[in-house]
Design a protein around this ligand. Sequence first.
Ligand SMILES: NC(=O)c1ccc[n+]([C@@H]2O[C@H](COP(=O)([O-])OP(=O)(O)OC[C@H]3O[C@@H](n4cnc5c(N)ncnc54)[C@H](OP(=O)(O)O)[C@@H]3O)[C@@H](O)[C@H]2O)c1
Length: 339
Amino acid sequence: MPSTNRQIVLVRRPDGAVEQSCFEQTVGPIPVPGPGEALIRNRLIAIDPAIRGWLNARGSGYMPGVELGHVVRASGVGEVVESNLENYPVGTIVTAMTSWQDYTIITTDPTRPFEFATPVAPNVTPLEAATVFSHSGWTAYIGVHRILDVRPDDTVLVTAGASLVGSLAGQLARRAGARVISTASSAAKCAWCVDDLGFEACIDYRADDLDQGLKEHFPKGISKLFDNVGGTTLDTALRRIGHGACIALCGSISTDDTEEPYLLANHDRLMSRRATMCGFNTIDHLDLVPEIVSNYRAWLDDGSLIYRANISRGLESAPAALVSLYGGSGIGKSVIELE
Ligand SMILES: NC(=O)c1ccc[n+]([C@@H]2O[C@H](COP(=O)([O-])OP(=O)(O)OC[C@H]3O[C@@H](n4cnc5c(N)ncnc54)[C@H](OP(=O)(O)O)[C@@H]3O)[C@@H](O)[C@H]2O)c1
């Protein structure tokens, strides 16, 4: 067990693409939990696209930016090693904002959202808690069922189909009986989408012409669009939406690192095709979580829902994992496993 607390702190804000030189590792004492607090030793840290937004001074719109010199914020899974917290004995596994460090102080005080922890159910593994049963995992279900209300006669485009959210969303849309086509950045990711996730097709947006691919696969237009990417991908897809289409804006990973807002050229299609475009954030739909958890558990157990994790070992691998999120390498949710 580490006798000090290593942290990876933000030393420079990225100007455009995030680089490893934005971060430095520091070593300090292990924090001591006060009354109503517990100390967790971090086991898994998720490398979520949201982290990129928190590196900007202005934050991500719903959460403030990380201060320079402060530990990088991230969600993850840890084990209670010292506790002054009722119902959280030593050994309890929790999800929390672990951040990029060995140890984190947690509470159950809702007025301290960055330290708020939730116990992981005994029938959920730590890796499942960091992936499918995370805020990001729930996002797929909320987008498919509550925002898009996918039906058997839908033709659905899921952008970033090999991401955690995209891969789950595509599987849920298929389960609802719809035709599903995705985008991804490589032949290997597209093969996973088609061969393992069961999507009808996947357009490799780096190698192929996206507009041509959409024209070919959606001869009557896209009826539901689950967009994780934004920017030119969303703009191109808008050209191919069908009459009465519904578009769920889930994420904009292609423009997360640009200061200038992306100006949509094809927004007029929303009007001419009587389409609806709607942004959503999972934090507004937490009432669905019990239903999601119960369904995900059943579907993972019977093998009808699958996911993949791309695990890197050691806290020091976190900056490289964040950088490579934008480089197209590695299939599956990027997760750091602490030794
Ligand atoms: N609305 C909400 O409440 C909510 C909650 C959680 C997550 N999200 C959003 O959901 C999306 C997916 O999150 P996740 O956790 O599932 O991601 P993830 O598993 O970490 O994967 C990120 C994906 O982004 C794609 N990507 C990276 N750079 C790109 C670029 N320039 N253009 C197009 N695609 C790019 C990569 O796929 P390729 O290599 O195939 O490009 C990668 O698979 C993100 O936009 C995230 O912000 C929204």
